[in-house]
Design a binder for this molecule. Structure first.
Ligand code: NIG
Ligand code: FE
Length: 423
C-alpha cells in the first residue's frame, strides 16, 4: 500500500465530519464545515487541518504533491458499508419482471433470485471474479468511495464461500480501495438443504464458520433473517455461534416482513442491522439503546419498488443511521452514490448533512472503524475526495450526477477527472 505526502490548499470548504464514533440523531446534522481551509497529509495520514492560507513552498521543497482546491470542497471518502460486490453472472431479466409487478420473494420462490447467482458464482473462476470485482471497485471509487464492505453468500457451500472471501482478500491486495469482509454463509437455503434450514445452519456453524475463522477470511458474520429464509431462532443460533468465535455481527433484518430482526440485533449487540424497512418502533428503540447502527439501503428499495426505510423517524428517535448501496446482482445492481443521495434526500426526508454523515463517519461506525476513517481529523487515514463544486450542497443539488473530481487514498491521488479534456 502506497502512502502519500500531500497538501490540499485553498479549499472553499473542508467538510470534516469530525468524530471518532457513530453520530446519533441530531448529531448527524453536524458535519463540521471549515471555509477556506487546507489539509496536510504525511505518509498517508492527516497531520493538519486548518482554516486560512498556506505557503506551499516548504511542502514543495519536501516533495509533497500539492492540490489547489480553489472553488472546490473536500470531504472524507465515502464508506460503503454494505455490498455484495463479488458474484458471478447477472439477473437482468429479474429487474424487468419486478418492473412488471413480480415481487422479489416470488422470484425466489420460483427458483430464481439468489440461487441463480449461486450457480453462476460456483462456476466462475477466481480470475473472472477478481476481474469483475476490480471493475466494480473502480466504479465505486469513481463515486468517491474509499472503503467498501463485501459479503460472501453466493456459495452456500464450503468451497465457494471460501473462494468468494479469498477473492476479496486478493482484491484488497491489487486494488487501492480497502475491502472489509463479511461472511454471509446463511444467505439462502441451497438446493442440497431444501426444506432443511436448521440442518443448513448446523452445517454453517460446524463446518464453514470454523474454516473461515481459521483462515482469517472475514471480520463480520451476517445472515438473511427473513420470512421463508432464516427465522429469528435460526438467526440467533448462527450469530451467537459466530460471535463465540470472535466475529462481529451484522444482520439483514426486517427487510420485507417484521420478524423482529431489529430486536435481535439489539439483544446480540450487533454492530449494525441493515435494511429495516419493516422494523418496529420497539425494535428501533432497542437498537438505539444498544448503539446498533441502522444501515439503510435506499437503492434497494428503489430497485424492488418498495417503500423506503423510515430514516426520518429513526434519526428523530436518536439512532445512528448509515447509508450504503447494497450493490448485488439481484435486488440492487448499482454502485451509484448519486442515486443514493437523491433518494435519501427526496424520498427519505434526510437532510444533505445527515446523508453525508451517514456515508462517512456512520458508515465507518458500521464497520467498527470510526476511529480510523470516515472523517477529516488529525491521525486518520488520508482518504479524501475533492468535489468539483464550492459547497457540499451540490452533492444533492446536482441531481443524480457524480460531483467527484479527485479521489485520494492514503494520501495518494488514485483518480483525477480534472485532467480529462473535451471528448
Ligand atoms: O441485501 N436481501 C438479501 N440479500 C441481498 C440480495 C441478494 C440478491 O438478491 O442476490 C440484499 O438485498
Ligand atoms: Fe444485502
Amino acid at each position: 500500500m502506497k502512502r502519500g505526502n500531500l497538501l490540499i490548499k485553498n479549499a472553499s470548504q473542508v467538510v470534516t465530519c469530525s468524530g471518532s464514533r457513530g453520530k446519533a440523531g441530531k448529531e448527524m446534522q453536524d458535519i463540521g464545515v471549515l471555509t477556506h481551509a487546507y489539509i496536510v497529509v504525511e505518509d498517508g495520514v492527516i497531520t493538519c487541518v486548518k482554516v486560512g492560507d498556506v505557503d506551499d513552498k516548504p511542502y514543495v521543497n519536501r516533495g509533497f504533491e500539492v492540490v489547489d482546491a480553489t472553488g472546490k470542497c473536500v470531504l472524507p471518502g465515502f464508506v460503503d458499508s454494505h455490498t455484495h460486490l463479488v458474484f458471478g453472472g447477472y439477473r437482468q431479466e429479474e429487474y424487468n419482471w419486478r418492473l412488471n409487478g413480480v415481487s422479489y420473494m416470488e422470484i425466489m420462490r420460483r427458483g430464481g433470485g439468489i440461487a441463480n447467482t449461486v450457480n453462476a458464482t460456483r462456476e466462475a473462476s477466481v480470475e473472472a471474479l477478481v476481474e469483475s470485482g476490480i471493475r466494480r471497485l473502480n466504479t465505486m471509487a469513481s463515486f468517491g468511495v474509499t472503503t467498501a464492505e463485501g459479503k460472501s453468500g453466493y456459495g452456500l457451500d464450503l468451497d465457494t464461500e471460501l473462494k468468494q472471501l479469498d477473492v476479496m482478500r486478493q482484491l484488497n491486495k491489487v486494488h487501492s480501495l480497502d475491502i472489509i469482509t463479511t461472511f454471509l454463509g446463511p444467505h439462502a437455503v441451497p438446493e442440497a438443504y431444501k426444506n432443511q434450514p436448521d440442518a443448513f445452519i448446523d452445517f454453517m456453524i460446524d463446518r464453514v464458520l470454523p474454516e473461515v475463522d481459521k483462515r482469517g477470511l472475514a471480520e463480520f458474520a451476517d445472515i438473511f433473517c427473513e420470512k421463508d429464509v432464516f427465522s429469528i431462532v435460526q438467526s440467533e443460533r448462527f450469530l451467537k455461534a459466530a460471535n463465540r468465535l470472535g466475529f462481529k455481527l451484522k444482520i439483514h433484518a426486517d427487510e420485507i416482513v417484521r420478524l423482529g430482526g431489529a430486536e435481535l440485533a439489539a439483544e446480540l449487540k450487533a454492530t449494525s442491522a441493515d435494511h429495516l424497512l419493516a422494523a418496529s418502533d420497539a425494535g428501533l428503540a432497542a437498537m438505539r439503546d444498544a448503539g446498533v447502527v441502522a444501515t439503510l439501503l435506499p437503492n434497494t428499495a428503489f430497485s424492488l419498488k418498495t417503500d423506503y426505510a423510515r430514516a426520518r423517524d429513526m434519526i428523530d428517535m436518536g439512532l445512528i443511521v448509515a447509508l450504503a448501496t447494497d450493490l448485488n446482482p439481484g435486488s440492487c445492481f448499482t454502485e451509484s452514490i448519486p442515486l443514493l443521495i437523491a433518494l435519501a434526500t427526496r424520498e427519505m426526508r434526510m437532510t444533505i448533512e445527515e446523508v453525508i454523515t451517514a456515508l462517512t463517519i456512520n458508515g465507518a461506525a458500521a464497520l467498527e472503524r470510526a476511529d480510523q476513517i470516515g472523517s477529516i481529523d488529525i491521525g486518520k487515514k488520508a482518504d479524501l475526495v475533492v468535489h468539483e463544486f464550492p459547497s457540499y450542497a451540490f452533492l444533492a443539488y446536482h441531481i443524480g450526477v457524480s460531483t467527484v473530481e479527485k479521489v485520494i487514498k492514503n494520501g495518494v491521488i488514485i483518480l483525477d477527472k480534472a485532467h480529462e479534456g473535451a471528448y
